[in-house]
Design a protein around this ligand. Structure first.
Ligand code: ME8
Length: 649
């Protein structure tokens, strides 16, 4: 630890599961962690801010297979690829100190050692797993934990699972965990403690299945080939391997473990407040000082997810509104411990009200007046008026303390409320003192200078305290004030700016946004960005040999006539030219995809040696080829230049 430092501070975000690109909900926790890390650095702490990606598990293996690439290629794409996780954190100005990928060699080797240690101390044993498994959540559940027979976390279907597996003696630690949760400040907010104790501990903690044999994309159990380590053991220990636990890559455990706080979303509080401390207890390791379970952001009242197509893409929003505005909005609008509902209207109105009107105007009005009335710099001769000044000056000099009190409790919203109360008060101070009236007489110039000085000092301190939330904006404001001292020790002292301050005018920090126009533009963009959930691929068919393939006669046909079949919603009746003299009749169940009129004259492909069959009393001699997945269907159509009767080979 450095001489001047107040101490070490270790803070983490959950490591992201790169099964799809991140949405704004994912950025929420990382922005909050970044604000806390920057705040602690500003206070003088030696901070370690860890984030990363959690890259193993069946879901990733499945998705990679579907995409026809290896799991490593799949995760590389999402983590290091264009507009991937690393790009996003860069864009969002996330000041992490370390980034861990659970596929990193040092981590994999460390997990193997950790698993073996728990096996050797008897806390991991071999048994048979029978239960339920939620694939998307990578979670095992007992029958009693299911909600209406479905996964209690995501509400989706679970599968029966039975296999030889290793178990962790979670049950052994039930009493110690209950004591930890109920009698210490380990888990916050407090409401999450009751949830954990009542829903998971009191019904009885069962031993946890900690290995799988049904897929391979995980950390192999080195003493039992075929088993891979349960992804949550692999993931949770990242917080320690990234500091050098069971590896030589880093040597930071002595400085940073135990962690000061793990920020995690509410749905993974269970892993961090029950499984994580139990495993640490098993290895006799110090427990993290705190886990803070933040709420979830919904979007327009619905759960946010890429697959549901209602995604709020952080790239789109950040590029559109600016990174600082987005970061600010996330922490200003929603209390960190509770759920929130994200809407684009709220985002725009927060930018307009807080940033354009209150903060932006305060800065631009003050700086513009200083320049207009005094030119390059304020005069040193200034006249105080305690009656008019004291309220503002007192409010500003004590702001840091009120802000600190809120930040220490991770109450970002309240901390920002304190800053914005001062900003509003300062705007009112302008109206009360009416600088434009003072400017009319030479005699009032010293008073005018003091009014502007007080405003500039207010801005200096507010901008300093906004640094963790809007680092680039705070720096820009500080530049406009002439770069006065804005470090922590100067943020509770009024009068740091030299009397003859020389502020410089700049463009509007946050131009007002036209709500209607922006909403329309955003809708268009987010619709483009949304990735609707893909329909599952059909099961592959057994292999056939070439002779079998050659038996299928596929012929080019031209549509001579087409009509709906009476009393059938699905069937279209085609009269086709198949190159022979006789027209061929085929019935096809595609009426919901095409109107008869649009198909007349088209060149299609038919299987022409299929045995005829009757449909709705009419004969169908063959089958038209089409491509189908989910609820989409396209007839196979060829260029009209090809003759009817040509054979597909
Ligand atoms: O859970 N609002 O990864 P993950 C707020 N790999 N937070 C949200 C959110 C939303 N709409 N959607 C997701 C994992 N999050 C594990 C963590 S840690 C050892 C392993 C949050 O990518 C979510 O709550 O599914 C979680 O904290 C984080 O994003 C990462 O989610």
């Amino acid at each position: 630890m450095c001489e001047k430092c107040k101490g070490n501070f270790y803070i983490t975000t959950p490591i992201y599961y790169p099964s799809a690109k991140l949405h704004i909900g994912h950025s929420y926790c990382t922005v909050a962690t970044d604000a806390m890390a920057r705040y602690k650095r500003m206070q003088g702490y030696n901070v370690m801010f860890l984030t990363g990606t959690d890259e193993h598990g069946q879901k990733i293996e499945d998705k990679a297979k579907e995409a026809g690439i290896t799991p490593k290629q799949f995760v590389d794409n999402i983590v290091t690829g264009d507009r991937g996780v690393l790009d996003l954190w860069k864009l969002m100005n996330i000041s992490y100190d370390r980034f861990i990928r659970t596929t990193d060699d040092y981590h994999v080797a460390a997990i193997q050692k950790i698993f073996k240690k728990m096996y050797e101390n008897g806390d991991i044993y071999k048994g048979t797993y029978k239960g339920k498994y939620c694939k998307p959540c990578e979670s095992f559940w007992t029958e009693s934990q299911l909600k209406d027979g479905k996964c209690p976390d995501c509400g989706r279907e679970v599968q029966d699972a039975e296999e030889e597996a290793y178990f962790f003696r979670l049950s052994k630690y039930a009493d110690r965990i209950q004591d930890l949760l109920e009698n210490t400040d380990y888990l916050e907010p407090r409401s999450r403690v009751n949830e954990m104790v009542n829903n998971f501990i009191k019904p009885g903690l069962e031993d946890l299945c900690v290995s799988r044999t049904s897929f391979t994309w995980g950390v192999p159990v080195d003493f039992d080939p075929g088993h891979v380590v349960y992804v949550w053991i692999d993931a949770l220990f990242n917080y320690m391997t990234a500091l050098g636990f069971e590896n030589d890559k880093y040597d930071d455990l002595k400085d940073f473990w135990p962690a000061d706080v793990h920020f995690v979303g509410k749905e993974i509080v269970r892993f961090h407040s029950i499984i994580w401390p139990a495993m640490l207890m098993s290895l006799d390791l110090p427990l993290p000082k705190k886990v803070f379970g933040h709420g979830w952001l919904n979007f327009n009242g619905e759960k946010m997810s890429k697959s549901r197509g209602n995604v709020v893409d952080p790239y789109v929003l950040a590029e559109h509104f600016g990174v600082d505005a987005l970061r600010f909005f996330l922490l200003r609008t929603f209390p960190f411990g509770s759920d929130g509902n994200f809407t684009n209207e709220m985002l725009i109105s927060t930018i307009n009200t807080d940033l354009a009107n209150d903060l932006g105007n305060l800065v631009s009005r003050t700086v513009a007046m200083a320049q207009k009335y005094f030119g390059e710099h304020l005069p040193a001769e200034q006249l105080e008026n305690p009656e008019l000044d004291n309220e503002l000056v007192n409010m500003v000099s004590t702001l840091r303390d009120r802000y600190e009190e809120q930040m220490e409790h991770f109450a970002f919203q309240n901390a920002l409320n304190e800053v914005f109360k001062v900003i509003s008060r300062a705007n009112k101070y302008i109206d009360e003192n009416a600088p434009w009236v003072l400017a009319k007489s030479e005699e009032n110039k010293p008073r005018l200078a003091r009014v502007l000085y007080n405003l500039l000092e207010t801005i200096r301190i507010c901008a300093g305290l906004l640094t963790p939330f809007m680092p680039a904006t705070a720096e820009e404001i500080n530049n406009r004030l002439g770069k006065p001292a804005a470090d922590w020790d100067h943020l509770n002292v009024f009068g740091v700016l030299p009397q003859d301050a020389a502020p410089v005018v700049g463009p509007a920090l946050f131009p007002r946004i036209d709500m209607e126009k922006e909403l329309a533009a955003l809708e268009e963009l987010t619709a483009k960005e949304a990735e609707p959930e893909e329909d599952p691929l059909p099961e592959p068919l057994p292999q056939i040999n070439f002779d079998e393939f050659e038996k299928v006669e596929m012929t080019v046909v031209k549509v001579l006539a087409c009509e709906n079949v009476k009393k059938s919603k699905k069937l279209l009746k085609f009269t086709l030219n198949d190159g022979t003299k006789e027209p061929r009749q085929i019935l096809s169940g595609i009426a919901q995809y095409y109107t008869p009129e649009e198909l007349v004259g088209k060149t299609l492909v038919a299987v022409t040696n299929l045995a005829p069959r009757k449909m709705m009393g009419q004969e169908s001699c063959g089958m038209l080829l089409s491509a189908e997945r989910g609820d989409k269907l396209n007839l196979v159509m060829l260029d009209d230049s090809i003759q009817a009767g040509s054979r597909l080979v």
